[in-house]
Design a protein around this ligand. Structure first.
Ligand code: ACO
Length: 426
């Protein structure tokens, strides 16, 4: 394979280097193209553009493959734990037993929030969407942890990364408890990451809280499945915000804001609401017809990168069954979901467009069964994705070729003209 591409425009030719990755498509390096040719490349939505070099996550969307640092997502979901995956994403390798003990200790001992932070929550309306609270609260962390904001200091970057991974469950649980009018629950250091989170969400002072290993494992697995997904919209937002040297809490708050959109992390809430709207299996054909008439989209279906089954959706489906069985729940929405999936996978509209179920399709039913209201679904996604965001942010700072992100444009507005007073306008 050649190591350069040649682009001919009129009577001029431009040689563009081809850079090779360890797997996946090579890239045409256009960094010097504008300087040489006075032309920009045009790619709104970044459908053909690699925005950075990364060693963290690899996706082959056609084959339905997702690897973190080389490890397949199904193996990690089956055999690993969320905190181990956090170490893997942040530091590049699965930890030794000793490294893991140290990492777990570090995260565990950063889970508490500054006592004054609790009064910050009281400023929100009780009916505020918890994602609105998350965006504000995570941004506000910088006002409480100002000792780790120097992004040029690797040690401070590490401390901020640990603080974010550790404190997100505490903030998310408080956002939830606040919305339902229950007192905040202090983290307990003897519990695992996911057990601690579930306790902070669901325990009440009036009785002892008993962990359920199946639900703890399901929570941990859901966190693993959402931990990172290379350069998606929210991760690219975090990188772009970070490229200006903004501190990590601001960057993660920006990522949370982006994730909230219905085409991204907001889709799990919308997918469940869609299943509720369909209600029963008999209503599926009419609903699918509405999708084909482009009145609305089938939420939980389709993906920019996966043109095959989202590998996370398969694990999510299995987890969904485990949780419903453990809780003895016979959710009629599961029947609607299974039938809808069957119809969509056999309909030429979806086949031709390569629209397969994504992770959000089954996560909503699972989370609902676990006791989370729909408006918490995206919060759980944000909690899990924080490690991906902060790992990508950290990688950006370790890249010597880091530059502030500054896209260009195809300008189609008015060309230069002279200002005119009111009487000469129109
Ligand atoms: N339902 C119906 N039709 C769809 C859907 C869908 N969910 N997704 C895409 N299409 C159609 C489009 O209308 C388009 O049809 P056309 O060729 O006739 O115009 C075609 O498929 C291609 O779609 P695009 O919008 O170009 O695909 P894109 O890659 O831009 O969008 C996206 C990907 C945003 C995820 C889209 O599939 C979608 O909106 N899905 C529903 C929301 C969702 O589930 N999001 C979760 C994503 S996963 C995550 O964030 C964890």
């Amino acid at each position: 394979m050649t190591d350069k591409a040649t682009l001919t425009i009129g009577d001029k030719s431009y040689d563009l280097p081809i850079l090779k990755g360890s797997t996946g498509p090579d890239v045409v390096d256009v960094r010097k193209f504008y300087g040489d040719s006075d032309l920009f490349t045009f790619d709104p939505g970044f459908t053909s553009t690699a925005s950075c070099e990364s060693k963290i996550t690899y996706i082959d969307g056609d084959a339905g493959i997702l690897l973190h640092r080389g490890y397949p997502i199904d193996q990690l979901a089956e055999k690993s734990s969320f905190l181990e995956v956090c170490h893997l994403l942040l530091n590049g390798e699965l930890p030794t037993a000793e490294e893991f003990a140290k990492f777990e200790h570090n995260i565990t001992y950063h889970t508490m929030l500054h006592a004054q932070f609790d009064s910050f929550f009281q400023g929100f309306r009780r009916d505020a969407h918890p994602m609105a609270i998350m965006t504000g609260a995570v941004g506000a962390l910088s006002a409480f942890y100002a000792d780790s904001l120097n992004v040029d200091d690797p040690k401070q970057r590490e401390i901020s990364a640990h603080r974010l991974i550790a404190k997100m469950p505490t903030i998310a649980a408080r956002a939830f408890q606040y919305s339902v009018g229950r007192p905040f629950v202090t983290p307990r250091n003897e519990l695992s990451y996911s057990e601690n989170f579930l306790r902070m969400c669901f325990s009440v002072p009036a009785e002892d809280w008993v962990p359920n290993p199946v639900l703890t494992r399901a929570m941990d697995r859901i966190f693993i499945l959402h931990a990172d997904h290379e350069q998606n919209a929210s991760t690219s937002t975090v990188r772009l915000a970070g490229s200006s040297g903004a501190h990590p809490f601001a960057c993660i708050a920006a990522g949370i804001a982006c994730l909230w959109g219905p085409s991204h992390g907001g889709a799990n809430q919308e997918a469940l609401e869609m299943l509720e709207e369909i209600g029963t299996v008999e209503n599926i054909p009419a609903y699918v017809q509405g999708v084909k008439d482009k009145k609305y989209k089938l939420m939980g279906f389709g993906h920019r990168v996966y043109k095959n089954f989202d590998p996370r959706a398969k694990v999510m489906q299995k987890t969904c069954y485990e949780v419903l069985e453990q809780l003895g729940i016979n959710d009629p929405l599961l029947e609607v979901a299974m039938e809808l999936e069957k119809v969509a996978l056999s309909d030429p509209y979806f086949i031709d467009r390569k629209l397969y179920p994504n992770i959000d399709f089954y996560s909503g039913i699972t989370l609902r069964a676990m006791g989370f209201p729909t408006n918490m679904f995206t919060v759980l996604f944000a909690l899990a994705r924080t490690v991906g965001w902060i790992s990508q942010w950290k990688e950006m700072f370790e890249d010597p070729s880091r530059k502030i992100g500054r896209p260009r444009q195809l300008y189609t507005g008015a060309t230069q003209r002279d200002y005119a007073p009111f009487e000469n306008r129109g």
